[in-house]
Design a protein around this ligand. Structure first.
Ligand SMILES: [Zn+2]
Length: 182
């Protein structure tokens, strides 16, 4: 079952609403890019790489720095602290952080912590929701429509929104907005 089959259409509409609302709070239009660092500032989040976490357990930091298996995580909710994996590409950093902001915006709860890495674990349904909202935050449907109307290619759309080409493809698939110019 694909992510759009697991989520309700009402929830997916709500995510598009959140994505445009966040942009308008920042004075941005739906077609403008929203860098993760700008949203971080608005949400008063501090973004760290593992070695910069204040008073961190050095053994856990070493595990995190050595692994590709994690992306980003909320390590403290108040104040909001988020770590991301510096081994991932910049476009991946954007989607990793947007995914975490989505957990925050949707007020998802942490269900347990991984003993080895100390990273929070969440329900699978919450992961689906954060993945979906994270994508909307990066590329709102209205933004994708705007880009397609301007005859932008997939690669151009990716650059415009600071996203990976995989993310543009994903957003095209889930929104049904077809990218006609190759
Ligand atoms: Zn998640």
């Amino acid at each position: 079952m694909s992510i759009t089959q697991r989520l309700s259409s009402a929830f997916m509409r709500k995510c598009e609403g959140i994505a445009t609302e966040r942009r308008s709070l920042l004075g941005l239009q739906a077609f403008e890019s929203l860098p993760a660092d700008v949203l971080a500032k608005e949400l008063r989040a501090t973004v760290f790489t593992p070695e910069k976490i204040p008073k961190a357990d050095q053994e856990q930091v070493a595990v995190l720095l050595d692994s590709d298996a994690w992306s980003a995580a909320v390590i403290c909710q108040d104040p909001l602290w988020i770590i991301h994996n510096p081994r991932h590409a910049l476009t991946r950093r954007e989607s990793n952080l947007m995914h975490e902001f989505a957990h925050v915006l949707l007020k998802h709860q942490i269900v347990r912590f991984d003993l080895k890495t100390g990273l929070p674990q969440r329900r699978q349904s919450d992961e689906d929701e954060a993945t979906y909202l994270g994508g909307c935050l990066q590329i709102p449907r209205r933004g994708l429509l705007w880009a397609v109307q301007r005859q932008m290619t997939l690669a151009e759309i990716a650059v415009h929104f600071g996203a990976s080409t995989d993310m543009v493809r994903f957003r095209s698939n889930v929104t049904g907005v077809e990218i006609t110019k190759q």
